[in-house]
Design a protein around this ligand. Structure first.
Ligand code: ADP
Length: 539
């Protein structure tokens, strides 16, 4: 028997309309590219979004057209998220840290017809203009006074477009499976692959994220997404915040520890979201100043494994850490590390044992771990295997890339994450490694994450990475690459002795290399591919 309830398609535009009506005065505060801070509210933003939607339609943008953005975290980028998807076009966020070659590839692969660009990135597009369609339109995300001299053709000014339009719009109706936005992976191997989200998947992800982080996701809380709007929708924050009435503080182009500290301090940020490398910078600044930013209470860390020493540092400062795992292909949140009331009585060190794990699945994401023969492994916290996922917020296909799709999906329609993991009987996921980062030494697997975690707890180690290097006897051996703490005379023997105390003998790297900094991927993670190339691995 069919139920008798209305069917209204889930649409992104309705999120902001809700924010406008229910959380009108919650704020959007942005560090701008032009300089200074911009303040607005959901109420005022919704009006500008409707004007921009009209402007895009006046430019001829239609349902399904791909409209790209190349921009920092700021209020105009936020407006474009809603204006583009609201009229049924697809918001293709371009990661400015991709190589020129990758950027050209994705602009052409997506068949973008308009690119909305922050002033900072105009020179990048100028250098690529001969490799992308000549009829491409560019909307420069600034006002008339700041319009640059540029060699780009078909250039429009964002604020002038807004001025010319009114804010009346009837958001179009379309099926909820309509494509809403497009994000390419950073493509560490081969060309980037596109995840094409739908209105339905985005709204469901927003509802899930809203209930998965209840300390943050509520009216009045001030959130800092250091995670970029240009990659995986800033982990969905631009959609969740208007639903729950949280205020957003956008950091713009300034992402170093000092700038982040100052912004958090002056804007009273409670909850900050980003990858571990960002928090190393902030912890350095906290250390220099001897205090945390005013109002800081929670940090959500994901994108790569959070080292235990980082969890300890924040928790010792009374900043609660929540570790989260996910992927571009998953919208992206898959798990989160919130503890249950039952864990409240645990001693701190046991709480930290749990917080270092990747956490438990969020609603809407199913997890399975299989061995090499495709059989599910027991949830005993020890049995390892490849992690597969299934759910309404996970891609069914890569955008226009059947080869990548068939390589990723199993015969039951689950998506293979490429991560190796364990699940314990309480549902806590531990990512042992990315399959390609595991080290196979004398037939035994070594988790680079385990060795890195241990090395990070040495007092002279500021950051580190462990990679496989070829070895004639053992096939592969781990190599430890360390960024020492400032003003420390690094001593390889002391670091290796520290590892030997805590790891099995064969897991201890034979050597340590000291470097000033580690190479990062386009999404701000340590680039092991670059390190492997540099230190002699062949694949
Ligand atoms: P990229 O484009 O950099 O691959 P993604 O965000 O899609 O961006 O990367 C997803 C991958 O990042 C996961 O498959 C996993 O290997 C890694 N990852 C994400 N979060 C975590 C985490 N909390 N712990 C360990 N690895 C993580």
């Amino acid at each position: 028997m069919k139920g008798m309830m209305m069917h209204r398609p889930l649409r992104i535009a309705d999120i902001l309309t809700f924010g406008e009506e229910a959380h009108r005065d919650a704020e959007i505060i942005s560090v701008t590219v032009e300089g200074g801070i911009h303040r607005t509210t959901y109420g005022k933003t919704a009006v500008r979004v409707r004007k921009m939607a009209n402007a895009l339609q006046n430019l001829g943008v239609k349902l399904g057209d791909r409209i790209a953005t190349l921009a920092w975290n700021g209020y105009r980028h936020f407006e474009l998220y809603y204006a583009i998807s609201g009229i049924g076009a697809v918001c293709h966020t371009i990661n400015p840290r991709l190589s020129a070659e990758q950027m050209v590839y994705i602009i052409n692969h997506a068949e973008d017809s308009v690119i909305c660009v922050d002033l900072t990135f105009v020179p990048i597009l100028e250098s690529l203009k001969d490799q992308i369609p000549a009829e491409m339109k560019f909307i420069i995300m600034t006002d008339q006074d700041h319009m640059p001299d540029t060699s780009l053709k078909h250039v429009l000014c964002y604020e002038e477009l807004l001025k010319a339009c009114d804010s009346n719009i009837e958001w179009p109706e379309f099926p909820e499976e309509t494509a809403s936005s497009l994000c390419y992976t950073s493509g560490t191997t081969g060309n980037p692959k596109g995840s094409l989200y739908t209105h339905r998947s985005t709204v469901l992800h927003s509802l899930t994220a809203g209930i998965s982080f209840p300390e943050t996701m509520r009216a009045g809380v001030r959130i800092l997404p250091v995670v970029p709007l240009f990659h995986v929708n800033a982990w969905g924050l631009a959609y969740v915040a208007p639903l729950v009435g949280a205020s957003i503080i956008f950091p713009g182009p300034h992402l170093d520890g000092k700038s982040i500290f100052d912004l958090m301090d002056s804007e009273n940020v409670f909850s900050a979201w980003g990858v571990p490398t960002v928090w190393l910078g902030l912890l350095g600044e906290i250390n220099n100043r001897g205090r945390i930013p005013k109002g800081f209470g929670e940090v959500i860390i994901g994108g790569s494994a959070v080292p235990r020493s980082m969890v300890e540092s924040f928790e010792n400062l009374d900043v609660s850490v929540c570790h989260a795992w996910g992927m571009t292909e998953m919208s992206p949140i898959g798990t989160n590390g919130r503890l249950s009331p039952i864990h409240a009585r645990l001693p701190m060190s046991e709480k930290i044992d749990l917080k270092v794990k990747q956490g438990r699945r969020v609603y809407g994401v199913e997890l399975k771990i299989v061995d090499d023969s495709g059989n599910r492994v027991p949830h005993d916290g020890v049995s390892n295997g490849e992690l597969y996922v299934r759910g309404n917020m996970i891609i069914s296909d890569y955008y226009n890339n059947p080869e990548a799709t068939s390589a990723a999906m199993d015969s039951e329609g689950w998506f293979g994450t490429g991560d190796v993991a364990t699940l314990d009987s309480n549902g806590f996921l531990t990512i042992t490694d990315r399959a390609k980062d595991l080290i196979k030494s004398g037939g035994e697997w070594i988790s680079s994450i385990d060795v890195e975690n241990m090395a990070m707890s040495h007092e002279h180690v500021s950051n580190c990475a462990v990679i496989a290097i070829p070895d004639p006897k053992w096939d592969e051996r781990p190599l430890l690459i360390v960024v020492p703490k400032p003003e420390q005379e690094p001593d390889p023997k002391s670091i290796l002795a520290h590892l030997a105390k805590n790891l099995a003998k064969w897991q201890v790297p034979d050597d340590v290399v000291f470097v000033e900094s580690l190479p990062l991927t386009a999404t701000g993670k340590v680039s092991k591919l670059t390190l492997r190339k540099e230190y002699g691995e062949t694949n």
